[in-house]
Ligand binder design. Structure first.
Ligand code: FES
Length: 121
């Protein structure tokens, strides 16, 4: 479910994301690290904070996997951040996007960011 109320923030350029394959941003606030990825001709975005114990995951672009260095949980960027192996009990929260021309906007988060009561706290 989508928690809390959200602002619409521009997070970057679609052309740049297509070129680089990934794009870092923060949402819904400066402490919430996220990444947009371009995979299978689609743009997807996630909170990169592992849902196990809160370590920042590292994106493996070749495998399209978010990999946690702490206890090796892996999340599939192609499958809505679903956990494929590891200790977490759920997938990575998905950042909801709106694309308008070359502009990518974050408009919400589906799933609870690790360590939060709701995503805006
Ligand atoms: Fe990521 Fe434990 S904190 S696997």
């Amino acid at each position: 479910s989508v928690y809390g109320g959200y602002t619409k923030n521009r997070v970057g350029s679609l052309a740049q994301l297509k070129k680089e394959g990934e794009l870092d941003f923060s949402y819904p606030d400066g402490n919430a690290l996220c990444k947009a990825v371009y995979v299978n001709n689609e743009v997807k975005a996630y909170s990169i904070i592992c849902t196990h114990k809160g370590c920042p995951t590292v994106y493996n672009q070749e495998k399209a996997m978010f990999e946690c260095p702490c206890h090796f949980t892996k999340y599939d960027a192609k499958k809505d951040g679903q956990m494929v192996i590891g200790h977490a009990t759920g997938g990575l929260p998905r950042v909801l996007l709106e694309i308008n021309g070359d502009d990518i906007f974050a408009i919400g988060v589906d799933g609870l960011i690790f360590g939060r009561i709701n995503n805006n706290v």
